[in-house]
Ligand binder design. Structure first.
Ligand SMILES: [Zn+2]
Length: 60
């Protein structure tokens, strides 16, 4: 056996992870991350390019 694995860090706040809440450091961070996923609060802006492809010059 070699050296024990390094303790991972909480992806939320960067503190060393706790075995109980890994990969997070605390229940707070775990719940926070979980809630973020459950809420799916990712609001992706819909970019609609309105270029007006109709070349309606009205040439005469
Ligand atoms: Zn944390």
């Amino acid at each position: 056996m070699s050296a024990p694995p390094k303790p991972k860090r909480c992806p939320h706040c960067g503190k060393p992870a706790d075995a109980l809440f890994r990969p997070f450091c605390s229940k707070h961070c775990k719940d926070f991350d979980l809630g973020r996923w459950l809420n799916e609060d990712y609001k992706v802006p819909v970019v609609e390019e309105d270029k007006g492809d109709d070349e309606d010059d009205g040439r005469e």
